[in-house]
Write a protein that binds this ligand. Structure first.
Ligand SMILES: Nc1ncnc2c1ncn2[C@@H]1O[C@H](COP(=O)(O)OP(=O)(O)O)[C@@H](O)[C@H]1O
Ligand SMILES: [Mg+2]
Length: 575
């Protein structure tokens, strides 16, 4: 047990603070509703003793009106308190959602590396979905029914202390039993949520790898695993229901026991003339009215445990460290970018992806990285925008460690065209302007022209306003690549990184892309990874990588003479 449910609430209430005025309104109406309830129970005595038993016909005529007024007031007040409380809770949960989303965006890539991004997303969506209704009702119930309990108890005690005490003997049983059941519910809730996370993860995995699933005929196996997952989930939910309903029945049972006691003792006292019939019925009414709030509070207490389970997992995310930059604003590089003794290991991996790298990237020139697949080329470039930091060594940007710079300002100098082009669910123009949202339509078109994309864009149904991605048009690999190039052109970065930007293209596309790329690279510091060595042959400097180490450096002709691996790569990837 890390914390009591109430200490958890105090953490959540932090998020309610901006909506204090709504909470205050809700509290006001709760109090009003409770006072009305208490008033109803209180009035039973005078009505009984002075109206019915004394046969006072004048008051008897007024009675229906009075009852109507009380119940009307109570109805309106409960409605308003529920509305204001829900409004506050909804806003609070949305703030929490936004905060989580912000957090996820600012987490270092290495986190997604370790955790699997599917699980994170499912957490944000699922847990906040679980949290919201629970929190709304929990707050509402604790407020309204809390007041109700106090006021009704007050009324009952003021009418007869002995009678009220007797009827309350069952309360500890309810409280203890309820807590036991709530604990069970919480445990199963937690397991159910974990299972759902796993299922979601599996689903994303299946659909990104659907081709593999089909071609290797794994449908049955996958279906079986999925079935097992959802069956486990259902089993947990069923257990939750069992315990939750169990706690309801417990309260019901105790209601019966308490009621029986009360009637027996009350009748006895009344027969002996120790209390008036009015006082007896007043206590009876108050006690009967008390059972609803108590039952609701007990149930809310269970709900609270569910909410806490969800909250604890959200907190885990909220506490994760965000990626952090340094204090300095990065100027564009003017001389060189240098890797100094850089080694790198992916988090959770044993193997060194890069080892003892010393490399200078001169500004204004084209530096090419070549090497077999898995040599560490992509890893090497991912250190520049600080997607990852070197495990050992450092990277100097005109002599300043990258970690000194603010992340935004560092990244603002970098353009990246990688092998996996991401097209967002937006129009063509918006996709190009992703790198610079404030770009004008003319700038966007100009970039598209330079990227050899203008022509095919014009042939799309709505030209630049054609929707891409889900529900829109799917582009070919070459077209996507040219969009990505247009993006980079629009960004006009000081440092351009191309990661196998021309892989997997047909010769015509490749020619168009190649042309666009040379326009983009002109006069710009470029770091290029290429499969086809045609781009590379003209590079100012070629770096040959193998198993995370630099094995040779030089110009094309030199390397052909001196580097066996380079010769081999050149022969393999001849266009
Ligand atoms: N996200 C990752 N997590 C763990 N290991 C990785 C990851 N990405 C790449 N690696 C490993 O790092 C090494 C270098 O990979 P990479 O930089 O992608 O090579 P290249 O781009 O030259 O093909 C490989 O051994 C690869 O398995
Ligand atoms: Mg790669």
């Amino acid at each position: 047990m890390k914390s009591t449910p109430f200490s958890f609430l105090s953490e959540v209430i932090r998020f309610l603070r901006p909506y204090w005025y709504l909470v205050l309104l809700a509290m006001f109406f709760s109090l009003l509703a409770s006072l009305t309830s208490g008033g109803i129970a209180w009035m039973v005595k005078p009505v009984m003793d002075e109206v019915f038993l004394a046969r006072n016909y004048f008051y008897l005529k007024l009675l229906p009106l009075g009852i109507f007024f009380f119940f009307f007031l109570r109805g309106v007040a409960s409605l308003l308190q529920a509305y204001f409380m829900r409004a506050a809770a909804l806003r609070m949960v949305n703030d929490l959602r936004a905060e989580l989303y912000r957090k996820l965006i600012h987490l270092p890539l290495s986190h997604f590396q370790e955790e699997g991004s599917g699980r994170n997303l499912s957490r944000v969506l699922n847990d906040t979905l679980v949290l919201e209704p629970i929190l709304s009702t929990v707050f509402q119930v604790f407020l309204l029914e809390g007041f109700n309990t106090f006021i009704l108890l007050g009324v009952a005690f003021s009418r007869s202390i002995r009678l009220t005490l007797v009827s309350m003997v069952v309360l500890p049983v309810i409280a203890y039993g309820g807590q036991y059941l709530a604990r069970r519910v919480r445990r199963h809730r937690r397991q159910a949520q974990k299972t759902i996370g796993e299922i979601t993860h599996r689903l994303t995995e299946t659909f990104t790898g659907l081709r593999e699933v089909k071609v290797y005929g794994r449908e049955t196996e996958i279906l079986r695993l999925f079935r097992r997952g959802i069956d486990r989930y259902a089993a947990f939910l069923l257990k939750i229901t069992k315990y939750r309903e169990g706690s309801k029945s417990l309260v019901d049972l105790m209601t019966g026991v308490g009621g029986a006691f009360l009637i027996a003792l009350g009748g006895f006292m009344m027969a002996r003339g120790q209390i008036t019939p009015g006082a007896f019925f007043s206590v009876l009414t108050a006690i009967l009215m008390l059972f609803t709030p108590i039952r609701k509070i007990a149930r809310a207490y269970t709900g609270l445990s569910d909410a806490r389970a969800a909250w604890e997992r959200l907190e885990e995310i909220l506490r994760l460290p965000e990626e952090r930059g340094g204090p300095r604003s990065a100027p564009p590089p003017r001389r060189e970018i240098r890797y100094e003794g850089v080694s790198f290991r992916y988090p959770g991996s044993e193997k060194w992806a890069l080892q003892g790298l010393n490399l200078t990237i001169p500004v204004g020139q084209v530096t090419a990285l070549v090497g077999p697949s898995g040599a560490g080329k992509s890893t090497l470039i991912s250190l520049l925008p600080r997607f990852y930091d070197p495990t050992e060594g450092r990277i100097l940007w005109d002599g300043v460690d990258l970690r000194e710079f603010e992340l935004d300002s560092l990244r603002s100098h970098i353009g990246l065209v990688s092998q996996e082009i991401v097209i967002f669910n937006a129009t063509v123009a918006e996709n190009i302007a992703f790198a610079r949202p404030e770009a004008s339509r003319r700038e966007i078109e100009e970039a598209a022209r330079l990227a050899n994309a203008h022509e095919f864009i014009q042939q799309l149904p709505q030209g630049y306003d054609t929707l891409l991605g889900e529900g829109g048009i799917t582009l070919s690999g070459g077209q996507k690549q040219r969009l990505a190039i247009a993006r980079a052109i629009l960004r006009n970065p000081a440092l351009l990184i191309l990661d196998e930007a021309t892989s997997q293209l047909d010769p015509v596309s490749e020619h168009l892309v190649q042309q666009a790329l040379s326009r983009l690279m002109r006069g710009r510091t470029t770091l290029v990874i290429a499969h086809r060595l045609s781009t590379v042959t003209r590079a100012d400097k070629i770096v040959v990588l193998e198993e995370g180490r630099i094995v040779a450096e030089g110009r094309h002709e030199e390397l052909l003479d001196t580097c066996e691996l380079y010769r081999e790569l050149y022969r393999l990837f001849q266009p």
